[in-house]
Design a protein around this ligand. Structure first.
Ligand SMILES: [Zn+2]
Length: 458
């Protein structure tokens, strides 16, 4: 392209935008969902993998699929309309924000959207909520350990009975965990250990026969270097507890305890808060096939089930992965991701401020969980509703314009178009014309004039 011949202008010409909307892309995104599985298609998808370069587009596809197969009625509508102004019935406008990423390239996102906030069910909200929760753990546990406190991660598992529904497996783990804790309490062991509280998470993998594994991960905090010798005895008590409940756990496949080191905190925080992403790192996933071989057996991380549907093109309610997804939904409905013991946050905040561990009250030992474990998991709407990126608002959409974009699933593609326009304008030293780009893109997508009219500058 001969940029030098062109007059410096702030108005994108048709070919400018067309560059970012090539015909293949229109075939693949998002209509590619409906294409039947074939080797030819797989090869074509491989050849065009750069089109899926952005994890957010991938997540948006998966969110659409989750909306089709979920029993939860909010996930499929996540981001469909703007949210209400706090304390009012009026709705905020939907805004496109433009910031920059760490490489200095334009990075867009939306603000004002009403998100579902179901971190365990929504591939769009999940990573966003996870980031915030992981940040909080990292932010408070680090100072605690530097002040002389200690921490360990306990992972509880047991064998799955053949054909056992993943929700039944969850119940068995939960009941066993409660019994095991009571046993420790009766022996007064929490006090001996200097146990302060815990951050609790669940993790699931599901098979297509609706069976699956439920794990509890608990980050335990201690006021002083923990009695490692004593902790090493705990896996045996877990095996015994489960055996009395007619369940099978072993030292290899039972309770696993690991001491936390400060250098590993960041990775650990992310691990504790990962929720439905499970062992699957979505950002790296994309079209990779190597990971498929690495996966153990035939068990899937929950969001992986949605990706299975995306790849096969079969997103019907009765498909195998869709049924497995709903089995997961049932199992995770009453579980938590990164739930803190009551009062634990306050203690850790105080230690962060003062740098010393003192005044840890005994009440903490009595109330291990902020919310009963069988309470319905509440959506994390507040976190999910924050703007996607830091930046300045560049385009505003009324509800009609936004519905046109969202219902056609062009929102993520629109971000990419505007980012490309921004980068291009910066290279040429001109002001980017976002409105022109958005309107042009909408026209190409077949929007009606009254829909395009709903787009305005800030
Ligand atoms: Zn959502």
């Amino acid at each position: 392209m001969l940029l030098l011949d062109r007059p410096v202008t702030s108005t994108p010409t048709e070919p400018d935008v067309a560059r970012f909307l090539d015909p293949d892309e229109r075939l693949l995104y998002p209509e590619g969902l409906q294409v039947e599985v074939s080797e030819k298609r797989a090869a074509r998808f491989d050849a065009h993998r750069h089109l899926y370069r952005s994890a957010r587009e991938h997540r948006r596809d998966l969110q659409y699929i989750a909306g089709r197969v979920s029993r939860n009625k909010y996930v499929g509508k996540c981001g469909a309309i703007s949210r209400k102004r706090p304390g009012s019935d009026q709705r905020l406008p939907v805004q496109m924000m433009m910031g920059v990423d760490s490489d200095g390239n334009a990075l867009g996102g939306f603000a004002g959207l009403g998100r579902c906030g179901y971190a365990g069910l929504c591939p769009v909200c999940g990573p966003k909520v996870r980031q915030v929760r992981a940040g909080e753990i990292n932010d408070l546990v680090g100072p605690w350990m530097r002040a002389g406190g200690d921490a360990a991660v306990l992972t509880f598992t047991m064998q799955v009975r053949p054909g056992e529904h993943v929700a039944d497996h969850r119940d068995a783990i939960r009941d066993g965990f409660a019994a095991w804790k009571r046993k420790l309490e009766r022996r007064g062991l929490y006090d001996d250990l200097g146990w302060v509280g815990q951050i609790l998470s669940w993790e699931f993998t599901v098979r297509l026969d609706l069976s699956g594994n439920a794990h509890i991960m608990a980050l335990w905090l201690f006021t002083s270097p923990m009695a490692w010798g004593f902790l090493q005895d705990l896996p045996r008590t877990w095996v015994e507890t489960m055996a009395r409940r007619d369940r099978k756990a072993s030292l290899d496949h039972g309770l696993h305890i690991e001491q936390v080191r400060i250098g590993e905190l960041e990775a650990l925080s992310s691990y504790m808060a990962k929720g439905a992403e499970g062992h699957w790192e979505m950002g790296e996933e994309m079209c990779r096939t190597d990971r498929k071989q690495a996966r153990s057996g035939d068990a899937y991380a929950p969001f992986e089930l949605l990706d299975l549907m995306r790849q096969s093109g079969d997103i019907s309610y009765d498909s195998g992965p869709a049924k497995a997804w709903r089995a997961y939904e049932k199992a995770q409905a009453k579980t938590c991701t990164a739930r803190w013991s009551k009062g634990l946050r306050e203690v850790l905040r105080r230690v962060k401020e003062t740098g010393v561990i003192e005044g840890v009250t005994p009440t903490l030992f009595e109330d291990p969980e902020e919310v009963p474990e069988d309470a319905e998991a509440a959506p994390d709407v507040e976190v999910a509703n924050t703007a996607d990126v830091e930046g300045k608002p560049v385009v505003e959409f009324d509800s009609i314009a936004w519905w046109c974009i969202w219902s056609n699933r062009k929102d993520m593609l629109l971000l990419r178009v505007c980012e490309e326009v921004a980068d291009d304008a910066r290279r040429r030293g001109v002001e980017p014309d976002y409105i022109g780009a958005v309107q042009m893109a909408m026209r190409r997508w077949g929007a009606a004039p009254h829909e395009i009219d709903g787009v305005s500058a800030i």
